[in-house]
Design a protein around this ligand. Structure first.
Ligand SMILES: [Ca+2]
Length: 574
């Protein structure tokens, strides 16, 4: 008889005894172990949440009481990193335990060659998570877990690279795109396909109610999934679309942050409200676990996929933002609550990265490590338990691409101890910082610490060779005498709709905001205001009226304007 069968029999006997002896009512809310005795795993992967965008990370602006509580009950990392400064590669690293450079999945999807006049050609990269990878979800499902991906996927799409092709039993709202068209139902939108004149359309959740907010809806789905899993262990991969652009949040929540004087704000009120909605989501999931008696048998992980977006938040004291290889682009919050292992309120300073979550989750599930799969990750359990440091010496990044985010430069990075070396490809350069003395990366020591520089550079080169990193090559189309083509003006369109009553105009002379779009007051007439739209008209679905820049629009008598931006300002990159 196999071990598994013995365990199953034991469980059956235990369950029968339990059922015979304990009145049913007493089971409600009891601390019931899952059948296989394996803990559940909940992994929150927040999109674009900056390192300092939580109360427990030092913010006095963002209000995140539930996440702060999770940090008090679990352990918090000060030097946790995302494997990439943009979305998709980090997600691939989380699910495979491999560096993006090793996977050849080094840019966000479906990014293209944005800059054909540039000096270098961007590195080749793949546009879907390869089926050959044995993902964390597949490993857990094989061990009897029910697996769900609820939220943003961004690792490919039909016909072979959705969550259901990578080990997830349930996929809610995940597709190839990196952002919803709108955070209020309907969530659909479209997206330019780089280097083509075409657009992709998508709809993350076709059903919903007018006014429904995406972060809340995904939480409803997550709570439902947890409630449905009382008979077996589950892995809830919960990659929220929030707090990525478009910056849209519940008006009453935005209003609260607007009361705070501008000088005291760390970011935009709409962004702060999006963060608070994510915090509410964490609170609801934790409350559900508590209610079902699963709190002590569930490992909860909370992290982000890259640094904070420059136009939404401030990452200070970290330098730069999402897309950049300074700390502001890659250092992220990481909280792990592993009952019986983590020490409540623990703060861990050892550098860790996205690839470590795969082996850590295997250990949490009581499963053997899969070192040939999670080649670049280490089980964090000894670190979380305060037993021993990790055996790893260095962390690496490789981004052979141009990107439109401020301070984003094609580069490779190594961090070893307090030292961080950044090799940039265009312009060519080397920067060396000592993070222990200079967290904000203000003093480039490349000119003075040459021994350290050479040591780290050799290590970085050896690593790139080892993982088969794709290097940038000279661009045959590059002509230094030809100025780069001017960027096309970004196009935006507003679509009138009956279904987004989320926005109400404010009175007063200030500019009005809806998401990232600005409006100015044009004129006031009896019973209605006119607004001038500071955006230009572009494509819209057939039959839908669009508004051109400068066009006046009368508000409805109830002073409500129903607008829905389907294209956004911003950088168009995820
Ligand atoms: Ca992101």
């Amino acid at each position: 008889m196999t071990v598994r069968k013995v365990k199953t029999m034991k469980y059956t006997v235990t369950l029968l005894i339990t059922l015979l002896l304990v009145p049913l009512a007493a089971l409600e809310g009891a601390d019931v172990p899952t059948p296989a005795g394996r803990p559940n795993i909940v992994l929150f992967l927040i999109d674009d949440l900056g390192w300092r965008d939580l109360g427990c990370q030092g913010s006095t602006f963002y209000q995140t009481p539930h996440i702060d509580r999770l940090a008090r009950e679990g352990a918090r990392f000060t030097d946790a990193y995302a494997a990439c400064a943009v979305c998709s590669p980090t997600r691939a690293a989380v699910l495979t335990g491999k560096y993006p450079a090793r996977l050849l999945l080094t840019d966000w999807l479906p990014s293209g060659r944005w800059n054909p006049q540039a000096r270098l050609q961007g590195g080749r990269f793949i546009r879907a998570l390869p089926l050959e990878e044995f993902t964390l979800a597949e490993a857990l499902r094989e061990a009897g877990y029910r697996t769900a991906s609820i939220g943003k996927w961004h690792l490919g799409s039909e016909p072979f690279s959705l969550p259901q092709h990578h080990g997830f039993d349930v996929n809610v709202a995940g597709n190839g795109h990196g952002a919803p068209g709108n955070y209020f139902f309907p969530y659909d939108g479209d997206w330019p396909i780089p280097t083509t004149d075409q657009r992709a359309t998508w709809n993350v959740l076709a059903d919903g109610q007018p006014g429904e907010y995406l972060t809340d809806r995904l939480t409803d789905e997550a709570v439902k999934f947890i409630r449905d899993q009382r008979d077996r262990p589950f892995f809830l991969y919960f990659p929220h679309y929030g707090v990525h652009t478009p910056l849209q949040a519940k008006p009453e929540m935005i209003a609260k942050y607007e009361q705070i004087p501008k000088a005291e704000r760390q970011g935009k009120p709409a962004y702060a409200a999006m963060v608070e909605s994510v915090d509410e989501s964490v609170g609801r999931v934790l409350a559900t676990l508590q209610e079902l008696g699963l709190e002590k048998n569930t490992v909860v992980i909370f992290t982000s996929d890259n640094g904070g977006f420059y136009n939404a938040t401030s990452n200070a004291p970290l330098r730069a933002n999402k897309g950049a290889y300074y700390e502001g682009g890659i250092r992220v919050p990481l909280i792990i609550k592993w009952p019986g292992v983590t020490q409540p309120g623990g703060v861990i300073a050892e550098p860790v990265t996205s690839t470590d979550l795969y082996p850590t989750c295997l250990a949490a599930a009581g499963l053997p490590q899969r070192p040939s799969q999670h080649l670049d990750g280490l089980n964090l359990q000894p670190l979380l338990a305060g037993e021993s440091p990790l055996s790893r010496r260095s962390l690496f990044w490789h981004f052979p691409h141009y990107n439109e985010h401020p301070s984003s430069v094609p580069s490779s990075v190594v961090r070893r101890g307090p030292w961080k070396l950044i090799e940039t490809f265009d312009p060519e350069g080397i920067e060396l910082y000592n993070l222990a003395d200079d967290l904000s990366e203000t003093k480039n020591l490349a000119g003075t610490e040459t021994a350290k520089l050479n040591e780290l550079l050799r290590e970085l080169e050896a690593w790139r060779k080892d993982v088969g990193a794709e290097m940038m090559k000279p661009n045959p189309d590059y002509d230094p005498n030809v100025k780069p083509a001017k960027k096309k003006k970004k196009k935006e369109v507003l679509v009138l709709t009956q279904s987004s009553p989320s926005w109400r105009p404010r009175t007063g002379p200030e500019a009005w905001l809806y998401g990232s779009l600005k409006f100015g007051v044009l004129a006031t007439t009896a019973g209605a205001r006119m607004i001038r739209l500071g955006v230009s008209s572009s494509r819209a679905p057939p039959g839908v009226r669009t508004l051109a820049a400068g066009e006046g629009l009368a508000l409805a008598p109830d002073r409500t304007l129903h607008l829905r931006p389907i294209l956004r300002s911003g950088l168009g990159s995820s």
